[in-house]
Design a protein around this ligand. Structure first.
Ligand SMILES: [Zn+2]
Length: 201
């Protein structure tokens, strides 16, 4: 069936909710539509891919004695997809790929790199970014090492508006003894909104 280029004003097929011209238009792939309204993503093939498809075609002919048809899988001799994913994850771990990327691959079923992102729709890229973000949020260290020196000022008073005592502490470095100074006023002209508060500077 003949295919036509998708109208620039059509909603982007990637599902972002934006118009095609404001979304995936201008990427290194095209969205095309046939007379039934079925949408195809047309990706330019690299030489490497052409070679790979040709190799698969030959293997198919050797095995079945005929040309592969439109209902035959190009990678007919591949292991089950889940098996492929498992093998890929193992290989990624062994190669020392960042855990966030492995997580995003397991979640989205694809690997986004600088080299291939122009071939992916905005929605696919968003899904990838979300997966990376999700991993990082989950594994972010909640306990941050504090920045030294640390300073603390505590103010005390007879009520919540008057300060009569101030204690200040400074810790210069990790493990250092705190340097603490205290001031006590008998008459206090300044007022503070906080009492006995512990404030970090
Ligand atoms: Zn899009």
């Amino acid at each position: 069936m003949p295919r036509k280029k998708l109208s620039r004003n059509a909603p982007c097929p990637c599902g972002s909710g934006k118009k095609y011209k404001h979304c995936c238009y201008g990427k290194s792939f095209d969205y095309e539509k046939d007379d039934d309204g079925t949408i195809f993503k047309s990706i330019p093939m690299s030489e490497e891919m052409v070679d790979l498809f040709e190799e698969q075609r030959q293997k198919f002919i050797n095995k079945y004695g005929r040309e592969p048809g439109s209902h035959d899988s190009i990678f007919f001799d591949m292991p089950h997809p889940e098996q492929v994913e498992h093998m890929t994850v193992q290989a990624m771990k062994e190669a020392g790929i960042a855990a966030a990327i492995i997580y995003a691959y397991e979640k989205t079923g694809r690997i986004v790199t600088d080299d291939n992102q122009h071939l992916l729709s905005e929605a696919d890229l968003a899904e990838w970014d979300d997966a990376i973000e999700e991993y990082e949020t989950k594994h972010r260290k909640t306990r941050k090492t504090p920045d030294y020196p640390i300073g603390t000022v505590a103010m005390y008073g007879p009520d919540d508006k008057t300060t009569t005592k101030i204690a200040a502490g400074v810790i210069l470095h990790d493990g250092a003894e705190a340097i603490i100074k205290r001031w006590v006023a008998t008459f206090c002209p300044f007022r503070t909104g906080k009492q006995g508060s512990n404030r970090k500077d």
